[in-house]
Ligand binder design. Sequence first.
Ligand SMILES: Nc1ncnc2c1ncn2[C@@H]1O[C@H](COP(=O)(O)OP(=O)(O)O)[C@@H](O)[C@H]1O
Ligand SMILES: [Mg+2]
Length: 230
Amino acid sequence: MLTIKNVSKKFGEIVALDRVNLRVSNEECIGIIGPNGAGKTTLFNVISGFIKPDSGKIEFRGECIRGKKPNSLVKKGLVRTFQLIRVFKNMTVEENILAPNSKNGVRDILERVELVDKRNMLAKNLSQGELRRLSIGIAIASHPKMLLLDEPFSGLSPKEASQLDNVIRELKEEGIPQIIIEHKLKELFNLSERVVVLNFGKIIFDGSPEEAVRDKTVINAYLGANHAEN
Ligand SMILES: Nc1ncnc2c1ncn2[C@@H]1O[C@H](COP(=O)(O)OP(=O)(O)O)[C@@H](O)[C@H]1O
Ligand SMILES: [Mg+2]
């Protein structure tokens, strides 16, 4: 589905991505974790065409997509959401979903993201959890073949998190592979069977969540500090 080979990206002296290799197969749900500044969002920016890598190859469904623009990648089915939610605040929930979509299928999307009751509400009046689900609804409206979700659980209450978990789980069951960047490990490990750890732009671990929490390198780079914070 997605193959990333030796992808590097520098910002001045900062090495945001350092020869990253990653393969994501059909129906997989991968979690990406790592400290702040590790390069997680940069990896999404590079995959989704917002930033050009300095070097390396990116293939999506067998096609080289390096250097392709975000819009053209969305048309190919590579769709992302943002760490800071991007919606049209003065439009209703339904209008937001309609924006990239034709008229049909909106009801279905509203149901999938559990926002039928809120369809006529202005986006600016939604709770954080509802906004997250709306941003996923907008992503679904462009018929994704793969979804990249950047910190979808951040700022959500436990109840909102469990509702979002349902929504993401159903997308996974429909066979849409996902890459999820997330600091909330409990929520992430519920969804993803594989986790990749980034540190200073390098992949330092790629394996199961169970192995990740026992891995010394991962504990030293990230988990130790993360557990202390939570
Ligand atoms: N557009 C940019 N311009 C300059 N530096 C950037 C830019 N985007 C990210 N960086 C830097 O690259 C590093 C990785 O950032 P980022 O990918 O946002 O990390 P993460 O999402 O893991 O917290 C950080 O040091 C960050 O300051
Ligand atoms: Mg980030």
